[in-house]
Design a protein. Structure first.
Length: 104
């Protein structure tokens, strides 16, 4: 079926905003980071817990978490001697639903 063109001008997001979105999507585009987000959507976790689930050293998990915090996708909260991470961007759930539906 051919595409019908209309004279309506589509509503487009500004390129600057799309650039920020692309940077955050690039940050998410890593299997360990997606696993961490998947876990964090179910609760809060420490670096050690996330590192163990991803089968990576804690220092690598910390770097992944730092990158996601830089994009405001995650936040952290200190509780005594432990630092817990949690999802700060509620739209991550929709992104993970899309990934689950397509690849899960």
């Amino acid at each position: 079926m051919p595409t019908v063109k209309t004279n309506k001008k589509p509503k487009l997001i500004e390129l600057e905003s799309l650039g920020r979105a692309a940077e955050c999507l690039k940050t998410l585009a890593h299997p360990h980071r997606l696993r961490m987000v998947q876990m964090l959507l179910q609760g809060r976790y420490t670096v050690g817990e996330l590192a163990e689930a991803c089968e990576i050293p804690s220092h690598m998990a910390s770097e992944h978490l730092r990158l996601m915090q830089h994009c405001s996708l995650l936040s952290s909260q200190r509780d005594g001697r432990r630092n817990y991470y949690e999802v700060a961007e509620p739209h991550l759930e929709s992104i993970m639903d899309c990934i689950q539906n397509r690849f899960g």
